[in-house]
Ligand binder design. Sequence first.
Ligand SMILES: [Cu+2]
Length: 320
Amino acid sequence: MRRGAIVALVSIALVVAAVTTAIAYFVDWLPEQASEERQGIDLVFWVTVAICIFFFAIVASVSIYAAVKFRVRPDDESDGAPIHGHTGIEIVWTLVPTICVVVIAVLSAIVLAQNDKPKGDPLRVDVLAQQFAWQFTYPEEGEVRATNLYLPVDRSTRLVISARDVLHSFWVPEFGQKQDAVPGIVTTLIVTPTKTGDYRLICTELCGQGHALMRTRAIVLSQPEFARWLREQQQGPAEPPPGGEVDAQGTFVQTCGGCHELEQAGTSGQIGPSLNELALDPADVEEQIRKGGGGMPAFENDLSEAQIEALVQYLVGDDA
Ligand SMILES: [Cu+2]
């Protein structure tokens, strides 16, 4: 090849590489990094991007050079030179991508294995996915339940994930880790938050009409704040209802708040209608809780009679 051609090819490749690298580097593509696991995931991502930029620059430079240099001139009716392949080049373009893919695969396997290991003694949280809400239970902390995922910072959490009805998938972009919830089997996922904050928690497996709404929050607290939150949940409200009554507000927050907005309970679920200005008879509310319908599960078998009664009273009692 002539020297001019090499200079042109290399220059085009460098310009293309510089532009694509700048786009990759200066645009803020990834969500904030808020877990230890994300570090390895991001590493795999950037290694893959670097490989892609390298080959894209080569391919773009040859394509652009060829399109300009060997374009058909007006009135040029001649045929191209007869070429019968090139064994050397074929070996190279088979071998090099194979090596790249193996590098990505091995790196991914290492990161996956690493991200499966908790650091120290993990907190266990049971995650239940159902159309179209998340529920979190802390079995080692007195069965505390919540519809937001509360986590302590700098401690590994082992999420034990199950699905009640169809496939769902757990994902908090800032944590990176992602895992399907599969009916009939239990899956697990390790997350070690590194930053306190309030993150989106979303279902990433198309699971029905309400799929786009199947989202809640992952709230990472400092360790003392998390301990305080747990204690509050374990003890119930500051003034427990007298005479062994049911804690209607607590039941609402834990069972219904993931789907319904209700100001007095401080919930903001968006799957069902807001219950702030509920204009229903107590009998209809009770029927709705027992039988569900229209996208709401039936709670007849999940709640006690006393709980159902307390919820109806809470939502449409005399003073409501
Ligand atoms: Cu879902």
